[in-house]
Design a protein around this ligand. Structure first.
Ligand code: ADP
Length: 465
């Protein structure tokens, strides 16, 4: 598939290149043909002027007309020099000199030489060149009549009869040349039209080819994208299913672990009670460690159960008075806040649509952390709410230990802790639960904090639940 697409791309590049080349040569050929037609009109003018000056010279014998004749006849003679040089493969500089004499524009000359050399054997160009060549003897004849006339005028031997004869001959030659000139320009005009027609067809063909290749390429790309999207959807579904299974497994495992754990802890209790006094100090401390271990495991299992519950249970939303929720939580933490200036403070808190149990747990976790990670100062926790067009945004600000910005993402990942169990007990699950609850309420959770200066946790809850 990939190889096919690369080939198609190469083909598109190739056709585009052909299109550019074709257009380049179209323009070159047409501009050279135009230059020849312009050159022909200079040729024709030169020939006609030369004939007229010669006739006038015959009649007036004014030497000025002789000079004017020579100047004008140099134009067709120059073109003849160029043509002969090109046909006999003489250096381009000679052809160029000839074309300059023929009053062709210097910037057109390279294209004229190129067209001649490339196409002089091709019928359309050959026909024009042949007509051009056939006019050369006539130009030479006009030139030689001129020389004869001039010699006779100079020697004073030009009779009236000869005068008439020369004039007739010159006019005859001029009219013959005019015919050839118009035949030449017709041939070239026809040529230019033909070339234009062919190149237009080639252009249309190449453009159609290019468009259809691009269309095939686009269809292939779109098909590719559709396949990729389908694959993604399938993978996503699989992932969701695996996640769900994993979630169920975590839930079931933590749930089933509770029973053996209860047994271990009650038998430890029994052991302690029954053999109290009979056990030595070492045995007593072993039992103490075992009981402590079971307690910690119980907390971990409970937290894990809570974590799985937040995502697997189907939740319902109802009206929740946030102030009531906080007042209930205040009671739970009453003992932790009995220092003089400590407390949970808020002004006005809204009634929102949410799941009562989950929202209570969310606030309890965040307030619990604000107390657990307190500094020396008595904990002061400020809660506030703001309304945007789509969400409620709550903030829980504490004056505790604070968190370095580099940990802002990490702390929401399950089991990630910044404090050790020896100073602050915990499982590293609390904020992961908060994140899940917030996500189930169409919101996000984030924080602002500076180490040593307290933290403010923010979370949003969608208003359309
Ligand atoms: P736990 O409290 O059980 O360790 P959490 O997921 O609630 O787990 O918190 C993760 C970590 O984030 C904590 O271990 C603690 O280092 C840090 N943390 C959470 N809340 C705060 C807070 N308000 N002030 C300072 N650190 C905090």
């Amino acid at each position: 598939m990939k190889k096919q697409k690369s080939l198609l791309l190469l083909f598109i590049l190739f056709v585009s290149f052909l299109l550019i080349v074709t257009n380049f040569y179209t323009i070159k050929v047409l501009s050279a043909a135009r230059a020849y037609i312009n050159g022909e009109s200079e040729y024709s003018k030169g020939q006609k002027d030369a004939s007229l000056y010669l006739v006038t010279y015959v009649e007036s014998e004014n030497i000025g007309y002789w000079h004017a004749f020579n100047k004008s006849i140099a134009v067709p003679k120059g073109d003849n020099i160029a043509r002969t040089a090109l046909l006999t493969q003489k250096p381009d500089s000679i052809a160029k000199q000839g074309f300059i004499m023929g009053r062709n524009h210097t910037s057109d000359i390279p294209d004229m030489i190129w067209l001649f050399k490339t196409f002089h054997k091709v019928p359309f160009m050959k026909k024009a060149i042949d007509i051009w060549a056939s006019a050369e003897p006539l130009i030479n004849k006009l030139d030689s009549i001129g020389n004869k006339v001039h010699a006779q005028i100079q020697s004073g031997t030009l009779s009236t009869e000869q005068r008439v004869k020369f004039t007739t001959e010159i006019n005859f030659l001029s009219s013959q040349l005019s015919e050839k000139e118009s035949a030449f320009s017709n041939a070239l005009g026809e040529t230019a039209r033909d070339i234009k027609g062919y190149l237009l067809l080639v252009n249309i063909f190449l453009i159609l080819l290019l468009l259809s290749t691009i269309a095939v390429y686009a269809v292939k790309t779109i098909n590719n994208l559709i396949t990729i999207e389908k694959e993604l959807v399938r993978k996503n579904k699989e992932l969701n299913e695996t996640n769900k299974e994993l979630e169920q497994f975590t839930y079931a495992a933590s749930h089933d672990l509770q029973e053996p754990l209860r047994m271990v802890s009650s038998y430890m209790d029994l052991l302690q009670k029954k053999y109290d006094g009979q056990l030595d100090e070492k045995a007593q401390s072993y039992i103490h460690f075992a009981v402590d271990g079971t307690k910690r495991m119980k907390t971990l299992i409970n937290d894990l159960l809570n974590y799985s519950r937040t995502s697997i249970t189907v939740i319902e939303y109802q009206e929740v008075n946030v102030a009531d929720v906080i007042n209930e939580i205040k009671k739970i933490f009453m003992e932790d806040l009995n220092e003089p200036t400590a407390g949970i403070f808020f002004n006005e808190l809204p009634v929102i649509r949410a799941n009562n149990i989950q929202i209570s747990q969310l606030f309890q976790n965040l307030i619990g952390n604000a107390i657990k990670y307190r500094s020396e100062a008595p904990p002061q926790i400020h809660i506030a709410a703001n309304k945007t067009s789509t969400h409620w945004i709550f903030s829980i600000k504490d004056n505790g230990l604070g968190i370095e910005p580099k940990y802002f993402e990490k702390i929401f990942v399950i089991f990630q802790r910044l404090h050790s169990n020896s100073t602050h007990k915990g499982t590293g699950i609390g904020l992961a639960i908060c994140k899940r609850i917030v996500e189930r309420h169409g919101g996000e959770i984030w924080l602002e904090s500076e180490k040593g200066k307290g933290s403010t946790f923010f979370f949003s809850v969608a208003r359309n639940l």
